[in-house]
Design a protein around this ligand. Structure first.
Ligand code: PGA
Length: 249
């Protein structure tokens, strides 16, 4: 049985003091032993959030990292820095980074490998544009992303990984994929993992759905057999996140 994992993706929101206040506000609302709860926060919020969450059930994730060990990469943050600060998860390949910051699959593959080497759990994002969906190439595109991003990654590491399926047209638009659409692609990702690796790895890897998840649609999405939780943007910044985390209560 895979444990559900529900992660907030704060994106470029919350100053350090706002971040600490939000942790306090959500503290009692996000308790659910059936679920791993993660806040993926801006780099500057990591240290105060790690401190604010001490003694709670919530883990901290980063929204990005660089693949190099250390050195002259002005403005970047390494996997070792994240790990040392108390981070356990890192989002890799969010569509906003692929689009606005031109991160490609070759770069993301390096980031995935470095994160694993440092002992971080990648939350690897994939997803199609509306145009690709309408062309009927959704699954081809996502299989290509998964295969490229995981090239050379061992089965044992993939089993511990989190993959987030986020249709780009559903992010921040209020337009959620239907439960059937989300389940179809999450199942397709699992089949792809079984094909590249094996059935046991495919059964172990946790696959989230992301894109306009809210308190009203979370329970239905998370009830699907291949949807192991969610990556939540907008709704993670308010009390509603508690309802999403406690979707089964
Ligand atoms: P959203 O964002 O929930 O605001 O649609 C999801 C994400 O980008 O991870």
């Amino acid at each position: 049985m895979r444990k559900k994992i529900i992660a907030g993706n704060w994106k470029m929101n919350m100053t350090p003091s706002q971040a600490v206040a939000l942790c306090a506000e959500l503290k009692d609302l996000v308790k659910n032993d059936d679920v791993d709860v993660v806040y993926c926060v801006p780099a500057i919020d990591i240290v105060p959030v790690v401190n604010a969450l001490k003694g709670t059930n919530v883990k901290v994730g980063a929204e990005n990292m660089y693949f190099e060990e250390k050195g002259a990469f002005t403005g970047e943050i390494s996997a070792a820095m994240l790990k040392d600060a108390g981070v356990e998860y890192v989002i890799i390949g969010h569509s906003e980074r692929r689009d606005y910051f031109k991160e490609d699959d070759a770069l993301l593959n390096k980031k995935v490998k470095k994160a694993i080497e440092a002992g971080l759990t990648p939350i690897l994002c994939c997803g199609e544009t509306l145009e690709q969906r309408e062309m009927g190439i959704t699954m081809d595109w996502i299989r290509m992303q998964i295969k490229s991003d995981l090239a050379g990654v061992a089965a044992a590491d993939v089993a511990k990984l989190v993959i987030a399926y986020e249709p780009i047209w559903a992010i921040g638009t209020g337009k959620t994929a239907t439960t059937a659409q989300a389940e179809e692609v999450c199942g397709g990702i699992r089949a792809c993992i079984a094909e590249i690796y094996d059935q046991a790895t495919a059964e172990a890897v946790r696959i989230q759905y992301g894109g306009s998840v809210n308190a009203g649609n979370a329970a239905e999405l998370f009830a699907e057999k291949d949807i192991d939780g969610g990556l939540v943007g907008g709704a993670s910044l308010k009390a509603d996140f508690g309802k999403i985390v406690c979707y089964n209560k």
